[in-house]
Structures are given as structure tokens and as C-alpha cells.
Design a protein around this ligand. Structure first.
Ligand SMILES: Cc1ncc(COP(=O)(O)O)c(C=O)c1O
Length: 357
């Protein structure tokens, strides 16, 4: 880990000498409604799972994931969160020149740096609501062997429509596209934009269960791609990447399709309502401009006298954690990211943010 991540409830709790559970974490993008009903009880009743080694290749979890998503196990690997794949892909793909479409999640750059791959960056403009410029991406993709695209993007929340993304990948068959769909399950009709079934030989999709099912502590992610590439990637997989509780959680989630589908639907509706309410409340604020996006978080530009460090510090003193975006390449200390949580937390944060006018 080179650049590090955002909000850390443990560090703040240490600073404030309080229990991490007392921190209102509005910096982490996990589903405010999660985990899905029944999962906690299932895990509680199956604590004995920790007493046995899991399958080395998590094949039962891969099979149930594939059954649910209409995929073949030959196209899928399971890992210790999508992070495991992000960090081995530049090595496994022998990436020499990567293109990173930003401003975005820093781990793509960190992973490339770890394996000595060079990076070029395209940064979407704030004036353009952070919408990625596909023509520009296409031009620069020609000079890269690996392109990282987060769709929808963290932290801007912008979404490239699936058809346009597919056309981009088709146009550059000799370039590998890594499409990170960690936040796509939050998007209404998100499936329409997924490249899970692209069938293209140059597309690898990252799928995370951490965010939508609010199980970041379990570490569950998948890599989906063409059979030939996945066969190569298999050589880089570590044994027992999914712990036994994680593996059985996947099976439980995939076998309870009715519960999980209804849960995802409810989460999308809830977030749409909260996002709208949040943005409407702030629509007349002159000190803050919001980029609503389509997921569980909102990027905000600070237009008043306070910078992101000052706002984050003031909120932290009140045990509220939001994401300071100053260390995102392409952003600055004029940006913060807010993860939507309970209605009560969202209202409370709106009031606090209003006070910075
Ligand atoms: C865009 C993006 N991709 C991947 C990850 C890693 O998720 P995980 O390893 O929990 O699947 C994160 C975590 O914040 C993220 O924001």
C-alpha cells in the first residue's frame, strides 16, 4: 500500500480516545442498509466454519456466483476482495504502460508502481461534471497496454454507459481493459451497464461484494474475463484467498437470490431518495457544489472559505468521518466525498455542512 486510503475509524478513535463504534463513518462507501437480512444470523449460527480450512480455490463460491450471474467457472476467479486482483493484475498482465482514467481510486496507480509499470492519466474535467471524455480515452488507449476504468467511478460517481464502454474496448483489441464495477450494483438498472458478459478477449471485470452487501470485513471479490486470460491469472492466485466464512457467505448470498435481489432493489431506491434529498437541500448553497453521481456517495466541491482539511478536522472532532479528497490525483483540497448513511446521519451532516457557509 503506497498512497494509503481515506477514512480510518481506528486512527480517529485512537486520537479521540473513544471506541471505533462511536465514530459515524460517512467516509466508507458501504451500503447503509446492509448486510442483507438473515446474513448476520447465518454467520452467527455457523461460527464453527472458522475451525476448518476452506477450499483452496474457493470453487464452490465460484460455482454459486456463476450460477447466479449466468457465467462459466472457467471465466471467474475468487479473491480476497477485488483488491487482491488490482494488485496482481499489472504483474500477471506484464503491464508496461497503463492508462488510468481519473480522478479515481488510487490503488490502480499504487498497483502499477508496485510492479514497475508506467502510468498515464486522463482526468475528467470538473467543468464537464467529471464526465469522462471517451474520445480522449480512446486516443490515449492506443498507446497503453492496460487501461483502468472504474465504472461508476470513485470518487466522482460518474457512469460510462455500458454500450459506450463496450465500443471503446472493441476499438482497441490489443489493449487490456480492467473495468472496476465495485459500485455498479448501487446503480438503478446497473446490469445494463455491466461488462460481465462482454465476451471480449481484452476485458477483465472486477466485482466486489464488500460495498453492496456491506461485508468489507469478509474480503470477497471476483475477477471475470475471457477463459484464456483467466487461465493465466489463475497462476497468480493464492490458495485459501477466501476464508471459510467468506466462502460460505458467497454461497448463502447466491442461494438466497430472492432476498439479495430485493435487498439490492431496496438499496437502490433508498439511495436515490437520499441522494435527491441531499442535493436538493444543498442546491442553493453557495459554499458547496455537489456532483450527485449514481451510487452510494456524493462528491462535493468547496466554494467557500474552508478547505477539505478544515472541514474534515471539524467534523472529526465531532466523531464524524468523511473523505478528504485532497490526495486524489486530479482533485485538491477543494473536494470532499460524502457517503450516504441513515436518514438521520444524512440530515445531521447536512446541517453541519451548512454551518460552513
Ligand atoms: C473503486 C474501488 N475498487 C475496489 C475497492 C476494493 O474493494 P474490495 O477489495 O473490498 O473488494 C474499493 C474500495 O474502496 C474501491 O473504492
Amino acid at each position: 500500500m503506497i498512497q494509503g486510503h481515506g477514512g480510518n475509524i481506528y486512527r480517529l478513535a485512537e486520537e479521540l480516545r473513544c471506541d471505533p463504534a462511536e465514530i459515524r463513518d460517512m467516509s466508507s462507501n458501504v451500503n447503509p442498509l446492509g448486510p442483507p437480512p438473515g446474513l448476520r444470523e447465518y454467520l452467527r449460527e455457523n461460527v464453527h466454519l472458522i475451525q476448518a480450512l476452506p477450499e483452496a480455490d474457493a470453487c464452490s463460491a465460484v460455482q454459486s456466483f456463476c450460477r447466479k450471474h449466468g457465467l462459466s467457472p472457467r471465466n471467474v476467479l475468487a479473491g480476497n476482495g477485488s483488491t487482491q486482483f488490482i494488485y496482481f493484475l499489472p504483474l500477471a498482465l506484464r503491464t508496461k504502460q497503463a492508462l488510468i482514467v481519473g480522478p479515481t481510486y488510487a490503488d490502480y496507480e499504487d498497483a502499477c508502481a508496485m510492479h514497475g509499470a508506467l502510468c498515464d492519466f486522463i482526468t475528467a474535467d470538473r467543468e464537464n461534471e467529471f464526465r469522462p471524455d471517451l474520445q480522449k480515452i480512446s486516443r490515449q488507449s492506443a498507446g497503453a497496454d492496460t487501461v483502468f476504468i472504474c465504472n461508476p467511478n470513485n470518487p466522482t460517481g460518474s457512469l460510462i454507459p455500458g454500450e459506450e464502454l463496450l465500443a471503446l474496448c472493441r476499438r482497441h483489441p490489443d489493449t487490456r481493459f480492467i473495468i472496476d464495477e465495485s459500485y455498479l450494483p448501487f446503480v438503478p438498472e446497473g446490469e445494463e451497464h455491466s461488462l460481465l458478459h462482454s465476451g471480449l478477449s481484452n476485458v477483465l471485470v472486477l466485482h466486489s461484494m464488500s460495498k453492496i452487501f456491506r461485508v468489507p470485513g469478509l474480503r470477497i471479490g471476483f475477477l471475470i474475463g475471457p477463459e484464456k486470460l483467466i487461465a493465466k491469472m489463475r497462476h497468480y492466485s493464492l490458495p485459501w484467498s477466501l476464508s471459510n466464512p467468506a466462502l460460505h457467505t458467497v454461497i448463502w448470498l447466491m442461494n438466497h437470490g430472492e432476498i439479495t435481489d430485493a435487498f439490492i432493489g431496496r438499496s437502490r431506491e433508498y439511495l436515490s431518495v437520499e441522494r435527491k434529498r441531499f442535493c436538493t437541500f444543498m442546491s442553493h448553497a453557495s459554499h458547496m457544489r455537489l456532483f450527485p453521481g449514481c451510487t452510494s456517495f456524493i462528491l462535493a466541491e468547496l466554494k467557500g472559505g474552508h478547505n477539505s482539511g478544515q472541514i474534515c478536522a471539524a467534523l472529526a472532532a465531532e466523531k464524524i468521518l468523511i473523505r478528504n479528497c485532497a490526495n486524489f490525483r486530479g482533485l485538491s483540497d477543494r473536494f470532499i466525498r460524502i457517503s450516504l448513511k441513515t436518514e438521520e446521519s444524512n440530515r445531521m451532516l447536512l446541517e453541519k455542512l451548512s454551518a460552513f457557509a
